[in-house]
Write a protein of this length. Structure first.
Length: 509
């Protein structure tokens, strides 16, 4: 496999794991109740398995303890019989202690015989239970039944000879039923040593105190213990299953309620989101209106600075061209028309002037009554500001002529232009206006007020900038307040064009 294949395998393994995790998350989200039920059932199964194991241990422990009690009781019974009965009976004339006590008048059983008889009686009274006393050195009269009979008994003898103080226990099938087989060592006591070493039927003559002379075995079937435990387990399982069912029902109700609440919240979120979107849309629209209104009042660059938090703006420009225009005969027209119609006509004219301002890239400053002020070369400086103002002035004349032709009025316009340094800015905190200051502005105003109706009067400074591209008529010298005598010129049109105002402006001759 090449390097590319190995890299693709490395990348594909995390992707596969990621897909598996996503599937698990989706399954958890969609089948929560089912998964909880599975987890509960798995937990219940685990609990039942653990309880079953504990019950098995409990059955084993109970059977061992019960067998130990039986063994202890039988040994105590033999001891009591040996010490209190046999020892006294030997002193009474006519009483014989013998294993064959039933065939001899006045005979009583030996302690070992007594224990064997007691074991048989217990076994008969408890079906399935076996109590045996056996040895690998039985007396001759017990050789048929007194020795070990199966593997367990031989193993018990061998183990207990090595560990006489312990017990030997095994769970196995006994007489066709599961049973616990319990074995304890039968220890040789001082009172029995002489009898076992001297009795003519004893198979061994070297017994000592503490030797393991045999085994006491108690075998108990586990059916009763198992039935009791299983009944308890069934009751416990039924109770746990009921609790599980109630828990699942409760969880299902809670989850369904949470899902319903989640859906309601999602709907509310969707509604609120839609409302917020509508509100945001309205805010955007209002913001656009506000921005447009601000741009109608201030230049874009100044408006942006104002929105950024600046409170005052002032900037000096080394050279700009200022135009003042005033409508002639409009005052007489106002005396003949109602106010609403007058304002409508004025709005029509000035709206056309605004379009011309945008066309030539100029900045409208303000209107005062029937006067209109515009400047070129600011707030963004441009080299052809004088030419743009000159073209604006001639287009304004043409627009007035069109207005008169449409409306049948006899309005005229007087325009004055001057070029020079100015200061521009915004002052105050209310009703913002972008305005100009300086001598250049004052002279431009004088060029208009001392001008001639229907003419464009410019200062010498503006003339010097435009004389190579436009035609002028030298008007001569006029007195300007505060400035004295000044040469002024009348702009008549572009070079190589007819001086008639109608020529070059798209008007019919």
């Amino acid at each position: 496999m090449n390097l590319t294949d190995s890299r693709s395998d490395k990348h594909s393994t995390p992707l596969f794991v990621d897909k598996i995790l996503r599937l698990i998350v989706q399954l958890v989200n969609r089948q929560t109740i089912l998964l909880l039920a599975i987890l509960f059932i798995a937990g219940l199964a685990g609990a039942m398995l653990n309880m079953s194991r504990l019950s098995s241990n409990l059955i084993h422990t109970q059977a061992v303890q019960s067998s130990a009690l039986y063994a202890q009781a039988m040994k105590e019974a033999r001891t009591l019989y040996s010490n209190n009965a046999v020892s006294r009976a030997k002193e009474v004339h006519g009483i014989t202690v013998t294993p064959d006590y039933a065939a001899i008048p006045g005979g009583i059983p030996l302690p070992a015989t007594y224990l064997i008889e007691l074991s048989k009686s217990i076994s008969q009274q408890n079906p399935g239970m076996s109590v045996r006393l056996y040895s690998d050195y039985p007396f001759r009269w017990r050789q048929e039944e007194g020795g070990p009979k199966d593997d367990f008994e031989w193993a018990a003898l061998k183990y207990l000879r090595q560990h006489p103080q312990e017990t030997y226990v095994r769970v196995e099938n006994f007489q066709g039923r599961p049973a616990l087989r319990y074995a304890e060592a039968d220890i040789m006591k001082p009172s029995c040593v002489t009898c076992h070493n001297t009795h003519p039927d004893s198979p061994r003559r070297d017994w000592k105190v503490g030797d393991v002379r045999g085994v006491l075995e108690i075998s108990r079937p586990l059916d009763s213990f198992t039935e009791q435990t299983q009944a308890g387990l069934r009751e416990t399982f039924t109770m746990l299953a009921g609790l599980l069912l109630l828990a699942l029902m409760g969880i299902a109700l809670v989850i369904n309620r949470l899902r319903q609440t989640s859906k309601e919240l999602e709907l509310r979120v969707i509604e609120r989101t839609a409302q917020l979107c509508q509100s945001n849309q309205r805010l955007v629209e209002e913001q656009e209106k506000s921005d447009q209104l601000l741009l109608n009042i201030l230049p874009e660059s100044i408006a942006n600075q104002l929105k950024e938090g600046q409170s005052s703006f002032a900037q000096g420009f080394a050279e700009a061209t200022v135009l003042f225009a005033d409508l002639v005969n409009f005052t007489k027209l106002s005396e003949k028309l109602p106010p609403t119609q007058l304002v409508s006509l004025l709005n029509e004219i000035f709206s056309q002037f605004d379009r011309l301002t945008e066309k030539h890239g100029l900045e409208k400053i303000k209107t005062i009554g029937d006067a209109y002020m515009v400047v070129g070369g600011l707030p963004l400086p441009r080299a052809d500001h004088a030419e743009a103002i000159a073209n604006m002035a001639m287009d304004m004349q043409a627009e007035i002529l069109r207005f008169n032709l449409r409306r049948g009025h006899d309005c005229d316009i007087r325009i004055g232009i001057n070029t020079g340094p100015v200061v521009a800015g915004v002052i105050g905190t209310k009703k913002f206006i972008y305005d100009l200051w300086g001598d250049t502005v004052n002279v431009a105003s004088r060029m208009e007020s001392h001008g001639i109706a229907g003419e464009i009067q410019v200062s010498a400074a503006t003339y010097e900038l435009l004389k190579h591209r436009y035609n002028f008529q030298h008007r001569g010298s006029i007195h300007i307040k505060g400035k004295g005598e000044m040469d002024v010129y009348l702009l008549t049109g572009h070079k190589l064009q007819n001086h008639s105002p109608l020529v070059g402006h798209g008007l019919p001759l």
